[in-house]
Design a protein around this ligand. Structure first.
Ligand SMILES: NC(=O)c1ccc[n+]([C@@H]2O[C@H](COP(=O)([O-])OP(=O)(O)OC[C@H]3O[C@@H](n4cnc5c(N)ncnc54)[C@H](O)[C@@H]3O)[C@@H](O)[C@H]2O)c1
Length: 250
């Protein structure tokens, strides 16, 4: 119970990595505020948190809208009296396509969710952490550390998440707020299932991409998030941690 009674927001908590983070934080003792757009899946996440002997609430939130993010943080503090941690995980992928087929609408959607969403979250979370200190983990991607042909917008969005992480980590280090990013390799979630539907052989290619020989699990990412939020990583800030089976080490 290394996070006992700490209050943690997890965005994009209705599935995949976000849901696994919510459950892992709950079982480490945190009170979890699960935020995402889908109500029934978000409530289901809180049920799983409770089954893992944690507690929490769901608050419907679109991270690309400032009014929603502001309400999420205000409601969290009104309900639990504090905010200690955040895992800013909500994000969307870019369907791989040649550059000529990439549209302005896709650019705006990916950047608004993946970059503006993380920036808005930290803009409203950090002021609530000034008094007691806190920790934030932003979910970037291995794509934030290397170039990725056919998905340049997603790749740029995750590089930007790391830029936001490092900048605010330096700015708020003296206020006892640590901010890090986790950079997953390919993780077996709905995002990967959707890719597999498009091309069933794709998973073999994905496994081979990882020196470890397989894609990762949401729980493997969640373990790193719990560690980076906990005092066990008390001297780590502004770091982008690859949790990727060796992809970026190649
Ligand atoms: N799965 C992977 O292989 C992988 C690899 C590297 C990084 N990531 C990153 O991990 C994060 C989670 O992805 P996942 O694989 O669990 O996919 P997922 O699609 O299962 O989860 C994404 C979550 O974000 C939510 N979301 C999307 N847009 C939102 C918005 N505007 N407001 C609120 N919630 C929103 C979705 O509803 C969903 O709950 C993303 O940031 C993704 O880029 C995933």
């Amino acid at each position: 119970m290394i996070l006992k009674d700490k209050v943690a927001i997890v965005t994009g908590a209705s599935s995949g990595i976000g849901r696994a983070c919510a459950v892992a934080l709950g079982s480490a003792g945190a009170i979890v505020v699960a935020a995402s757009r889908r109500i029934s899946e978000g409530e289901e996440t809180i049920q799983l948190v409770k089954e893992a002997s944690g507690d929490g609430i769901f608050i419907q939130t679109d991270v690309s809208k400032e009014a929603d993010v502001q309400r999420l943080v205000e409601k969290t503090v009104a309900y639990y009296g504090r905010l200690d941690f955040a895992c800013n995980n909500a994000g969307i992928e870019q369907v791989p396509t040649p550059l000529s087929e990439q549209t302005e609408a896709v650019f705006d959607e990916v950047i608004n969710t993946n970059v503006k969403g993380v920036w808005l979250c930290m803009k409203h979370q950090i002021p609530q952490m000034i008094e007691n200190g806190g920790a934030i983990v932003n979910i970037a991607s291995a794509a934030g550390l290397i170039g990725c042909p056919t998905i340049p917008i997603y790749c740029a969005s995750k590089h930007a998440v790391i830029g936001l992480t490092k900048s605010l980590a330096v700015e708020y280090a003296s206020r006892r707020i640590r901010i890090n990013a986790v950079c997953p390799g390919v993780i077996e979630t709905d995002l990967v299932k959707r890719a597999r539907e498009v091309n069933p052989q794709f998973i073999e290619h994905l496994n081979k991409m990882h020196p470890i020989g397989r894609v990762g699990t949401p729980e493997e990412v969640a373990n790193s998030v719990v560690w980076l939020l906990s005092d066990q990583s008390s001297f780590i800030t502004g770091h982008a941690l690859a949790v990727d089976g060796g992809v970026v080490a190649q």
